[in-house]
Design a protein around this ligand. Structure first.
Ligand code: NAD
Ligand code: TYD
Length: 350
């Protein structure tokens, strides 16, 4: 099995590469990543010399490199993680989101289509899996869940660019009958997540006794999934997902943001530094267009593929905090330099 993983040096991609290399011995993974601020080869140190793994630094928008790659390797599967992934950045700088998330996806799709076409049809055993997000569905009220039939109603430049990419992927199935799947997962957490996202940002700020910036009233709800459970779901869809189908991924772990922040404070207070307490919480100006609630209905992936989440939120959050405590050097490396400027720009006048 030759697997092209794009964006494999990011948070979920690097966890997925570990998951797949541990699970399959007859696999060759090619990780193509541009190494933006979010891509970090340190995440993959433990596999860099693995003979089943290769890394290529490139942009998914670079047609020539992508086409050559499909010439050079007989790629069976593409799992496209590569994306600009942070909502707050998309509000400040939308263009790069459209470029990478939309144009990059179509560049990959097209190269895969050209390489996989065989007469009027396609070679056997090929698949393109687009890693999407529940944010394409927009925001829920107090009741109900996102199903695969929920209309797309994205609000941020990030989620709009992901929804656009989903529609292009769908078009490759509808038009060419190319073998594709789309997965839409809820918020992930776990090792290697860049500290621009809620959980690692709050852990890092607690450890540095910096204010904990909670947007708005802190009552927005996200549906949290431990990253390994997401990796397991992608593997299942890749191998057994019905062609052309969308699968929602989530484990009914809805929590308010303020609950998450208080959980992190409490663990650090009890186990690391008793001077860290709720006085660090600082309610700040809300995010523009802030989605109120996300909640996934995972019935389809459970019933069709037998997927279920293995990690309860209460366990996963402790495992995650411990990982950051044990990997302080990783955190120091990613928060030096550019990150300081980012933080200043996003939070100093908030
Ligand atoms: P991330 O920001 O941590 O990683 C993105 C990776 O993509 C980085 O390694 C980056 O260098 C690479 N990249 C960016 N632009 C590129 C380009 N033009 N060419 C090649 N590589 C490029 O993101 P993540 O949190 O790991 O998310 C991965 C995917 O999963 C994204 O598509 C995201 O939309 C989706 N997703 C994320 C979550 C979540 O909670 N993090 C939830 C659901 C879906
Ligand atoms: P985030 O991790 O950026 O994920 P997403 O916006 O893709 O769901 O944010 C999760 C939630 O936490 C979201 O409601 C915004 C909120 N949030 C804060 O309150 N403060 C912060 O500093 C960050 C980064 C997020």
């Amino acid at each position: 099995m030759n697997l092209l993983v794009t964006g494999g040096a990011g948070f979920i991609g690097s966890n997925f590469i570990y998951y797949m290399l541990n699970r399959y011995k007859d696999i060759k993974i090619i990780n193509l990543d541009k190494l933006t601020y979010a891509g970090n080869l340190e995440n993959l140190k433990a596999v860099e010399n693995n003979t089943n793994y290769a890394f290529i630094q490139a942009d998914i928008c670079d047609k020539e490199i992508i086409e050559n790659l499909f010439q050079e390797y007989d790629i069976d599967y593409v799992v496209n993680f590569a994306a600009e992934s942070h909502v707050d950045r998309s509000i400040v700088e939308p263009e790069i989101f459209v470029k990478t998330n939309v144009l990059g996806t179509v560049t990959l799709l097209n190269a895969a289509k050209n390489a996989w076409q065989d007469g009027d049809g396609f070679k056997e055993g090929k698949k393109f899996l687009q890693v999407s997000t529940d944010e394409v569905y927009g925001s829920l009220g107090k009741e109900g869940y996102f199903t695969e039939k929920t209309p797309l109603d994205p609000h941020s430049p990030y989620s709009s660019s992901k929804a656009s990419a989903d529609l292009i992927v769908k078009a490759y199935y509808d038009t060419y009958k190319m073998s594709v799947n789309i997965t839409r997962c809820s918020n992930n957490y776990g090792p290697y997540q860049f500290p621009e996202k809620l959980i690692p940002l709050m852990i890092n700020n607690c450890l540095n006794k910096k204010p904990l910036p909670v947007y708005g009233d802190g009552m927005n709800i996200r549906d949290w999934l431990y990253v390994e459970d997401h990796c397991k779901a992608i593997d299942m869809v890749l191998h057994n997902g019905r062609i052309g189908e969308v699968y929602n991924i989530g484990g009914h772990n809805e929590r308010t943001n303020i609950h998450i922040v208080k959980t992190i404070i409490s663990y650090i207070h009890d186990n690391v530094d008793s001077s860290v307490d709720e006085n660090l919480i600082k309610y700040v100006e809300d995010r523009k267009g802030h989605d109120r609630r996300y909640g996934i209905d995972p019935t389809k992936i459970k019933e069709e593929l037998g997927w279920y989440p293995e990690t309860r939120f209460e366990d996963g959050i402790i495992k995650t905090i411990k990982w950051y405590l044990e990997n302080k050097e990783w955190m120091e490396n990613v928060t030096s330099g550019e990150y300081q400027k980012y933080y200043e720009r996003m939070y100093s006048n908030r």
